[in-house]
Design a protein around this ligand. Sequence first.
Ligand SMILES: Cc1ncc(COP(=O)(O)O)c(C=O)c1O
Length: 472
Amino acid sequence: MAAVRDIKAREMIEASDDGAVELAKRHLVQPWPYAGSVGAEARALIAEGDGVYITDAAGKRLIDGPAGMWCINVGHRREELAKVMYDQAMALSYNTPWYTMNAPSAELARRIADAAPGDLSHTFFTTGGSSAVETALRFMQFYNNVRGRPEKKLILSRGGAYHGSTYLSASLNGRPRDRDWMDGADELVVKLSSPDPFRRPKGMDVSAFTDFLVDQFRDAIARVGADRIGAFVGEPVQASGGVIVPPDGYLKRIREICRDNDILYVSDEVVTGFGRLGHVFASGDVFGIDPDMITFAKGVTSGYFPLGGVVISERLLEELRRSNHPDALFGHGLTYTSHPIGCAVALKNLDLLEEGVLAHTREIAPYFQARLKTLEELPLVGEVRGVGLMACIECVADRESKDPLQLDKDVGKRIDAHCHELGLLVRPLINMCVMSPPLIIGREQIDDMVAILREGISRTMDDLRKEGVWRG
Ligand SMILES: Cc1ncc(COP(=O)(O)O)c(C=O)c1O
């Protein structure tokens, strides 16, 4: 039994529950708050996790629909992972990466190179996804400075993208409300359309839409100049944008255009990496592309420790080594770069993935997608889409207009509230619900999840009808 189950620990959690909500409201600034509630907000208090379930402070057990934040890939309460962290902390809890190194990070970098596509051979470890994207972009800037192309720094990004919450990574974000009240390095970013087939222009088929996206990409390069563009950054599947699965062949064509124009292709696999699509990396194994860099985080430790990184092409490193500026300094590093506990737990997590979780994910994903797809029978649901073990239920006022329920901007939150009562945690996103459960989920648990969603959406439809904001 894990420690939290022993009576003393349990009593401590219970004793602290009442206080925690009040304390949070008085002292905690939580992520993504509105100005009106910043520093004064109570969110659902979660006390325990076990497998695909979490239990809230009131003792209610919920399926962890979003797997934390797309990250609890091998599930909660894995004793192997807890033990490895304990053992590593007792052996070496930390060493300075400035002028020393540790074995787990070197071994993890080798395992990542083995799994990565193309000539991606070296990893720079960070503390999470934002710092991984930030590192990739700062590396691109450094690379072009060393090559004597200081003007080649602009970054191509797309609507619907989410790349992080540090200044430069957040500047790439393409969801309007993420940026409305925030500043960014807009002068460095060229924005393109989201490759969202559901919201393609009316009357355009998917093949013509793909051509449109590719033409837009080419046109942007022609307009701005390839000599001014350093990188394209893109998620293989736009995750927080609503699980946007791009049209077939689109990523390959974008990759080729980047290669032809000497633009670095950065594949942001913070969500898709480490199992979500049944492979360590989706770029090569699912989409057939070999990026210049891949960023990752989240699933690399299944959320047990904050770790991320960027895998970099051997070719780029070799160019730097052979440059005319061997003494140019890449002035970038984090205190916790190559953290030994993070790397040790990532190694064990990778064992678990490779010893069965990846195969299980590939096997169960079609069932997961097919069962969720049945929710399209409900009139509020415009589309259910996804790949691997990530999916999105997008609600619309009606299927003809695809109006994302302008009258009620938070239909996702309404569904989440009903589902919480029924035993499922949902990730609400405006008019969408995102599902990305722990990869160890079984068929019965998928059935439970879908039944709860069906009931939660039905109750939401009733509410909306009663309030007169929807007539479906
Ligand atoms: C694709 C993608 N990139 C980057 C990030 C940022 O990662 P983090 O929150 O670990 O900084 C996220 C977070 O959700 C993400 O989904």
